[in-house]
Design a protein around this ligand. Sequence first.
Ligand code: MBD
Ligand code: FE
Length: 256
Amino acid sequence: MPDRANQLISEILRRVHEVIVEHDVTYEEYQAAKQWFIEVGEAGEWPLFADVYIEHVVEEQAFGNREGSQGTILGPFHLPDAPVLDAPFELPHRPDEPGDRTHVSGRVTGADGNPLADANLDIWQADAEGRYAGFMPGPPDGNLRGQVRTDADGRYEYITMIPGPYTIPLDGPTGKLTAAAGWSPWRPAHIHLIVSAEGYEPLVTQLFIDSSDYLDSDVASAVKPELIVHPQPRSDGEFEFSYDFALAPARTHAVA
Ligand code: MBD
Ligand code: FE
């Protein structure tokens, strides 16, 4: 492990040094960068910064060639231990929750198509105004967070609200860096899931709403075309869409 640490740390520093030389970075710029690092820590934005600007490459490197459904980044807003829902499987929300109500359904199978009974879907999302419960003012704790299990045929269904797009905080250091670079601070509307079943690799993924802005300019570079869903209006004024998840078999670990 010291070899690995030595290799990676040396290489990262070498590349930083190279940028300084190639772009003739000044003392003023160096001090501003140092101050920015301090502010990211003080604002508690390291998870946000890392997951927005770095995680997508780790995800692609780790899982790009995996069998089954596409995954994408976890992001900074998952919370463990969301309630396991009972029928009719509706994510908890306020009585006056804004937005369009939608019915989501589908199947969980193995990569070879065998249905997975009692698979778990751990679901979390922003509200229609792009706010995550537990991290932003607005929604109460636990809002739009819950877990559902598949039935004997591997089917699941749940009801939620179509989320709105999310912008990273504009006044924090991550937002300031994004503005300084001239980039868009938005993520398209998405629903996060971790789909898991005994004997299979957990699938960390997101479903992106087809009608959302920013699908082509996600600040977190996490959109994959296979993950875009198409909610359809129903006669009762609500929406529905379906999505099937296929899980890769658990990697067998060498016995120590
Ligand atoms: C999000 O909602 C998100 O999913 C990620 C990955 C980063 C920032 C905000
Ligand atoms: Fe998110």
